[in-house]
Design a protein around this ligand. Structure first.
Ligand SMILES: Cc1cc2nc3c(=O)[nH]c(=O)nc-3n(C[C@H](O)[C@H](O)[C@H](O)COP(=O)(O)OP(=O)(O)OC[C@H]3O[C@@H](n4cnc5c(N)ncnc54)[C@H](O)[C@@H]3O)c2cc1C
Ligand code: FES
Ligand code: FES
Length: 497
């Protein structure tokens, strides 16, 4: 495909604080963190891990909310590529400085509560607190924990920082000055990129395209079938920062408007491949509470603000959190190449470790998730060493229907037990048609060892994986037969709903 030159734009346009920036000839895979520290010389934002884990590099990104105002989200600058800033506002700890030299309320609260010692993590925490403040503030401990789970502090301890979050409060959504500021910023950003053609950087070190529609994306991928599709970059960013890969070309899907919708119709949810975890969370939580809870525990707030459900599927990881849950729910995905679309059951998309049913030039367009029918129970359990910000060792998701004491439907899907997310078909067959009792539970547990031969790695041994998977069947059994028995850690501040 040849895109008319008049339809291309070769500069990134964004607001850095309130300053308009237009950058040309920038390396498309330069990270926001490197640009801040090495080019803009704004060194308040720190580098810790360089892989999205520690939060030292947390910045706030603002983008027009489509309703004439702005919305603000934290992201990890270390794994965001510079061109993804196009049409957005980048805010760093430097922008919290006021003209009179006073500290911002979140900074003052950190001082008042002694929330900083060596200070290395502090700018990152301050930006997470700032995002909470922009959203009106938070008093609830669980919500504060969720907002801060992606920021690690090795010396102060979290108590004072959580206290700072409470003390800082937040700006009122009704504050007229703030409302006007957001309307003005949104209008400026829209004017900067709205009528400008598609961003297409062709630099000596690599190319980067940011189509605005699925049609343009489909054409681009046919023309560049080996391009790297970039969504939230929470995997792809690490290929650059940790594996030192050169990616050329990159096709970014974060500006494709029609991939960013979540629609519910007739009990079926359709999630565009560009929808972030944060934006999918509420809708998935309505499909089944445990899916919402799973999504809440993915990575951190910063990761959920960037990473997409589509990326979690497309990367084919055996330990991605959403695929087992979506498979147990009977989800399907729509793939598109050029003008040809096809729909496949999600479980069939994962062929074997590292191989998915996706041709060169094809992309994941959306995922279709049916809501469990009345009377069907859905449970999902993530086992990891830490509650927050941790990769899964084993994930189990079950959809079960019991009528007159007999199991009439049962779908069991696991992550971390094989080279792909996978259904446990022998386990399912062992209980369908049986009474849902301890005898069939034992049969289901025995069948699991015929379904899977898990591996040992640094997260868990194969013996542990099998045992925990079998124990999760026991948990399912207890929760579906004696629901009054407490099986979750609610009350120990581990699982806020
Ligand atoms: C600190 C940290 C914590 C994490 N925690 C978790 C966790 O708890 N649970 C979990 O499951 N994952 C976790 N991840 C992994 C990651 O967040 C997810 O896999 C995420 O869903 C990837 O989505 P993305 O939008 O960032 O994808 P990207 O990184 O942009 O892309 C991932 C892969 O999918 C391809 N791709 C993306 N979208 C499409 C599309 N529409 N069509 C075709 N190909 C596409 C890309 O080319 C690439 O191969 C974590 C990652 C980090 C860095
Ligand atoms: S430097 Fe650790 S999350 Fe970015
Ligand atoms: S204050 Fe030292 S790491 Fe947090």
């Amino acid at each position: 495909m040849t895109i008319p030159v008049a339809d291309l734009r070769n500069d990134i346009r964004f607001l850095f604080g309130n300053e308009e920036h237009s950058l040309r000839d920038i390396d498309p895979q330069m990270t926001v963190l490197n640009w801040l520290r090495l080019s803009a010389r704004k060194t308040g934002t720190k580098e810790g891990c360089g892989e999205g884990d520690c939060g030292a590099c947390t910045v706030v990104l603002g983008e027009p909310d489509g309703k004439g105002s702005m919305r603000y989200r934290t992201v990890n600058a270390c794994i965001q590529f510079m061109p993804t800033l196009d049409g957005k506002q980048l805010l760093t700890v430097e922008h919290l400085k006021s003209d009179g030299g006073n500290l911002h309320p979140v900074q003052q609260a950190m001082v008042d509560t002694h929330g900083s010692q060596c200070g290395f993590c502090t700018p990152g925490f301050v930006m997470s607190l700032y995002q909470l403040w922009l959203d009106g503030g938070e008093d609830d401990r669980g919500a504060i924990n969720d907002a801060l789970a992606g920021n690690l502090c090795r010396c102060t301890g979290y108590g004072p920082i959580i206290e700072a979050a409470r003390k800082a409060g937040g700006i009122s959504a009704k504050d007229p000055v703030e409302q006007k500021r957001r309307v003005d910023i949104s209008a400026r950003l829209n004017a900067m990129v709205d009528d400008a053609p598609m961003l297409a950087l062709e630099t000596p070190v690599g190319r980067y395209f940011a189509p605005r529609s699925s049609d343009a994306l489909a054409d681009l991928l046919v023309a560049h079938p080996d391009a790297t599709v970039l969504a939230g970059g929470t995997d792809v960013g690490l290929w650059v920062t940790k594996m030192l890969k050169r990616l050329d070309p990159i096709i970014y899907i974060g500006d494709v408007a029609d991939l960013k919708s979540v629609r519910e119709q007739g009990g079926v949810l359709t999630i565009g491949a560009g929808v972030t975890y944060s934006d999918a969370h509420d809708a998935l939580g309505l499909i089944a509470a445990d899916v919402g809870e799973l999504v809440r525990r993915i990575g951190s707030r910063q990761i959920r603000n960037a990473g997409t459900v589509g990326g979690n599927i497309a990367n084919g990881s055996p330990i991605g959190d959403t695929p087992p849950a979506l498979i147990a729910l009977g989800a399907r995905i729509v793939l598109r190449m050029g003008n040809v679309r096809r729909e496949v059951a999600l479980e069939d998309f994962f062929v074997t470790y590292g191989k998915q049913d996706r041709a060169r030039g094809e992309f994941v367009q959306s995922v279709i998730v049916p809501k469990p029918t009345a009377g069907t129970q859905f449970k999902a359990y993530k086992i990891s060493k830490r509650f927050d910000q941790d990769i899964t060792a084993v994930l189990a998701a079950f959809s079960i229907r019991v009528e007159d004491g007999k199991v009439t439907e049962f779908r069991a899907a696991f992550g971390g037990m094989a080279g792909t997310p996978m259904r446990a078909k022998q386990c399912e067959a062992a209980v369908i048609g049986q009474d849902w009792d301890e005898a069939s539970l034992t049969l289901a547990q025995q069948a699991l060892s015929r379904d899977f031969a898990p591996m040992s790695d640094m997260r868990a041994s194969k013996e542990y994986r099998m045992l925990v998977a079998q124990n999760l069947l026991t948990k399912l059994y207890i929760e579906t037969t004696v629901p009054e028995i407490a099986t979750r850690l609610v009350g120990r501040e581990a699982a806020y709903v």
